[in-house]
Write a protein that binds this ligand. Sequence first.
Ligand code: SF4
Length: 186
Amino acid sequence: MQAYDVLHPRGALAGTTVMIRLHIHPDNTDSLFALAERISGDFDPGFFTVYLKEVGSYGGRRDGGYAVYGEQDLRLDEVKHRLAALLPGFARPDQPGQVAVCYAGKANAFTIRADGSIGKCTLALNSDYNRVGQLNPDGTLTLDAPKFGAWLHGLSTMDPADLGCPAHRVAQQAKRTARPRLAMAG
Ligand code: SF4
């Protein structure tokens, strides 16, 4: 919130919003309810929105080592319902019928890590191609333009695949550019 406190009074955040993404799994529901109460009490719903997303098993090394809700699990619906009730005004309405656009492919969406590094995709957290800049102590951003720009490819092609999951193309591109360097090192 330090950057918010600095930038908001200056009007530097006018016209922007921040989406807070809350990850849900069977072991964190109580802490999420407490967090939702704090967000509702302390945050401005005109600036912050909340996106509820269940943790899933996406094929990583730790799959199976932590609890997740199944797709049809009614308990997940109940948790989401309770969280939505605790967060009036913060929920983003679903927009059926529109082309799915991942936030990672939007120019104004950033993932801020605990160390201040900036990414785009919330799955490829340990991939270098997903490290596109740094949040500075004064609230400004330093971005690596070529790495950041690679995530926005879908905005020029309007290809649903690029818009829906830009990570696929960015990962492929990173592999292609990494190969010559590896060949030279060997
Ligand atoms: S870029 Fe793809 S993998 Fe990453 S958050 Fe978006 S949809 Fe998920």
